[in-house]
Design a binder for this molecule. Structure first.
Ligand code: 8YV
Length: 326
């Protein structure tokens, strides 16, 4: 390995698991963020000027203005995460900046968290926890805190990509659920292998499902896909799960629907303006709220870091990075 001055400078915006940071410093002239405080827009712009590569996370908005700084030295943005809506991809493409993500390695853990939310919401687990901790539990009762069964019910999946499929597999094989989905580009034969049956539209899935789990990317077309009109199509006993991105749900509309029992409950791991959560949601009992924990296991966060490093290593070895998205 050549000395550090000739190695690519990689700016890592947040603390990563120790093993990943160590590996990053072995491979590159890695600039670590020891305080773990999110960088300001000015600091991100400075990183674009001083680094050869940037390794950001979902909490960094890599805007057109940041990508366009001049003079700019960064040639690759290796995102830590499968979703890359935090990066202005169109600008990156137009400037010839390579962008990579970290698919596959977080699929199972994120699918597990979707099932966690589904079970918690169905079985009122968050409410039960709060009940005990508040000292309100006076004892077992035949009608105390009744939830709804999961086994044998219909799960609607919107977005049958890697994570949607992993959720379908869990639902079918683990819980004997019937799975329907809407995701036009997915070949029907392929989806059937995951036990999922296609429907013609988002609306068809919403009308027919006891549970709906969202797994589409945060594209402009998907912005507020779940709005008041679509929530009104769901059965009153339905439960909505979101581990995708907050922006695919109109949060105030969801809070209103939960409050007036247009749907029964929701489980949310993502929010439109993280870490801000609509105050109306916080006051409701029939919603489970988690702080964006989809991929938050030590195994997966190490694997995500390693995947980002391997994309960088390939790029700087003049090989095509495996996970190029721009
Ligand atoms: C990550 C995620 O926690 O990969 C994604 O798209 O939302 C999460 O798994 C986050 O992106 C880390 O930057």
């Amino acid at each position: 390995m050549s000395n550090s001055t000739s190695r690519p400078v990689v700016v890592i915006t947040r603390r990563l698991p120790e093993a990943v940071e160590r590996h990053a410093t072995e491979l590159f002239d890695a600039r670590l963020n020891s305080s773990d405080t999110a960088l300001t827009a000015e600091q991100l712009a400075e990183a674009m000027r001083s680094g050869d590569a940037l390794l950001p996370t979902v909490s960094d908005a890599i805007t057109s203005a940041i990508l366009s700084v001049s003079p700019r030295r960064v040639k690759i943005v290796a995102n830590f995460g499968v979703g890359y809506d935090n990066i202005d991809i169109a600008t990156a493409r137009s400037l010839g900046i390579v962008v990579t993500n970290t698919p596959d390695v977080l699929t199972d853990d994120t699918a597990d968290l979707a099932m966690t939310l589904l079970l918690m919401a169905a079985r009122r687990a968050g409410e039960g926890e709060r009940h005990i901790r508040a000292g309100d539990w006076t004892g077992w009762g035949p009608t105390h805190m009744l939830g709804t069964s999961v086994s044998g019910k219909t799960l609607g999946i919107l977005g049958l990509g890697r994570i949607g499929r992993a959720v379908a597999r869990r639902a079918v094989e683990g819980f004997g659920m019937r799975v329907i989905y809407f995701d036009p580009p997915v070949p029907i034969g392929e989806a059937r292998a995951y036990g999922a049956s296609p429907r013609q539209s988002v609306e068809d899935v919403l009308r027919e499902s006891d549970f709906v789990s969202l797994h589409m990317p945060a594209s402009p077309e998907n912005h507020h896909l779940i709005n008041a009109d679509r929530l009104a199509l769901m059965p009153r006993h339905a439960i909505l799960i979101n581990t995708a991105r907050g922006g695919v749900v109109d949060e105030p509309a969801l809070a209103a629907a939960l409050k007036s029992h247009v749907i029964a409950a929701a489980g949310l791991d993502v929010f439109e303006r993280e870490p801000k959560v609509d105050p109306a949601l916080i006051t409701l009992e029939n919603v489970v709220l988690l702080p964006h924990l989809g991929s938050a296991t030590i195994e997966t966060r190490v694997a995500m870091g390693e995947r980002a490093l391997s994309n960088l290593a390939a790029f700087f070895a003049n090989a095509p990075p495996h996970d190029r998205v721009a």
